[in-house]
Design a protein around this ligand. Structure first.
Ligand code: CMP
Length: 221
């Protein structure tokens, strides 16, 4: 495998990453030996749509938006990735150019594995191949749900569905703890920011959501 490596700290990290669940320590050590550490600042385009593919990325800290844009600069956010998520696998699997931009939404720390090392890792670790397949199936399910809501729901329904999907139970309440702006929501559901603001104001006035200490709390209604 190629030189590089993130040492013992990398091994500890790899054990916590879903992509490597089920992989034994000797194999993890090999992967830690070829992964490189990279830090980027907010706004960095880590992967650009159309580029030739060369690496797989695993996010350790921070968050990144996966997005596509048209010639007029209008954007659609396909996903927001957080710690433990990986990206850049699609081009490595089918050899096509990058399918989307991946842009750091805040400062990010990542592990980077070269194409050759990633392919070898897949061949030698069936668990990694299976974990990739599981994640791809999850993404397909997410995409199916998105197509369904775009085709069948109005903007109120789409906003409510997205808020529910982003929420988690915390101290007996359903709360959105991740940073997500109205602009992000608009770009994820194919609506204008103004429309999303209006819908969220209505949801707040009707007692379905409230904003507390910067977090959105969803009330059972
Ligand atoms: P790749 O096509 O190599 O480069 C862009 C990456 O964005 C892609 O691999 C995936 O890792 C990621 N990506 C593309 N579409 C989605 C999606 N719908 N959800 C999550 N990640 C995606």
């Amino acid at each position: 495998m190629a030189s590089g490596g993130v040492g013992t700290r990398g091994l500890v990290l790899l054990r916590t990453i879903p992509l490597f669940h089920g992989v034994l320590d000797p194999q993890l050590e090999q992967i830690a030996g070829v992964a490189n550490h990279r830090k980027v600042t907010r706004g960095t385009v880590i992967v650009r749509a159309g580029d030739v593919t060369d690496s797989l990325y695993i996010l350790i800290n921070g968050s990144a938006r996966v997005l596509n844009s048209d010639d007029e600069g209008r954007e659609v956010i396909l996903s927001i990735l957080g710690p433990g998520d990986f990206f850049g696998e699609m081009g490595l699997i089918d050899g096509s150019p990058r399918s989307a931009d991946v842009v750091a939404a805040e400062a990010c720390e990542m592990l980077v594995i070269s194409k050759a090392d990633f392919k070898r890792c897949l061949q030698e670790n069936f668990e990694v191949a299976l974990n990739i397949m599981k994640r791809l199936v999850e993404r397909l399910r997410d995409a199916d749900r998105k197509i369904e809501s775009l085709a069948l729901m109005d903007v109120y329904g789409r906003v409510a569905k997205l808020l529910l999907e982003f929420s988690e139970m915390h101290d007996g309440h359903r709360v959105i703890r991740r940073k997500i702006t109205k602009q992000d929501i608009a770009k994820m559901i194919g609506a204008s920011r103004e429309m999303v603001s209006r819908v969220m104001k209505d949801l707040e006035a009707s007692g379905y959501i409230r904003v507390e200490e910067g977090q959105i709390v969803l009330d059972e209604g």
